[in-house]
Design a binder for this molecule. Structure first.
Ligand SMILES: Cc1cc2nc3c(=O)[nH]c(=O)nc-3n(C[C@H](O)[C@H](O)[C@H](O)COP(=O)(O)O)c2cc1C
Length: 219
């Protein structure tokens, strides 16, 4: 009797599976970003319920130095920029703390097709210079092919620029990206090295600006 029920159950299960094949739903935001033109990239609002729990992310945080050239999804790019230096409150304050609430850091995204400025108020990437300049974002070969290199740059023209504070602020941006990557299963490395002079010249930034920190992100 038991065997008959089991056989019946298996037949029903097989029929149900055949009638409703499992479909993988891929939303546009989960697809790999295609950089067909050099326009402003409107970033997606972060998914505040996404990712692994904080303690798991901290436990998984590590540096990687090998990256696939495959692009990030728009969702990942959007959330990485937001965790790095985005606005998380109506009063304009950020996902990262900043000494005296000055927010001296300018955040840039070096993508395969150009360098973009991250505008936190509009949560968008604005084109700065077209072309593949990833090799200027660092001195190690993986930066040339990784899909994203974030640059943190600040003014260091006079003592009132508080450049030392900007340097300290940058660590929080880097750590946020590390934890986000650990939570999303992405790879990253923060770096203090870049081909600074050539990079700043390419970005049309004058000698008042200094490169502080980069973060390479990818799969
Ligand atoms: C301020 C700072 C600068 C760094 N610069 C580089 C760098 O230029 N190149 C690099 O490969 N790693 C760099 N790293 C990553 C460290 O080498 C890495 O964090 C360290 O080896 C510990 O490994 P873990 O992050 O996996 O714990 C830097 C880390 C920090 C905090």
């Amino acid at each position: 009797m038991k065997q008959i029920f089991l056989a019946l159950f298996m037949m029903v299960a097989a029929f149900a599976t055949a009638q409703s094949p499992v479909k993988t739903k891929v939303s546009l935001s989960d697809e790999t970003l295609v950089l067909s033109n050099f326009d402003t990239i409107k970033l997606l609002a972060p998914d505040l319920k996404g990712g692994r729990p904080l303690m798991q992310a901290i436990s998984n945080r590590k540096t990687d130095r090998e990256f696939a050239s495959r692009n990030l999804s728009l969702k990942h790019l959007s959330e990485i920029m937001w965790v790095a230096n985005g606005i998380n409150r109506p009063n304009g304050k950020r996902t990262v703390p900043s000494a005296m609430g000055q927010y001296p850091l300018q955040t840039y995204a070096v993508l395969a097709n150009g360098i973009y400025f991250y505008n936190p108020k509009k949560h968008q990437l604005e084109p700065v210079v077209k072309g593949d300049f990833r090799n200027l974002a660092g001195k190690q070969t993986y930066v040339d092919t990784a899909p994203l290199n974030i640059l943190l740059i600040a003014k260091a023209g006079s003592p009132t620029d508080n450049f030392n504070m900007a340097m300290m602020d940058s660590g929080f941006c880097g750590q946020n990206v590390y934890l986000y990557c650990a939570s999303e299963g992405l790879k990253c490395v923060t770096r203090a090295g870049a081909k600074e002079a050539e990079l700043l010249k390419t970005m049309n930034l004058d000698s008042n600006y200094k490169f502080i920190l980069a973060v390479t992100v990818g799969h």
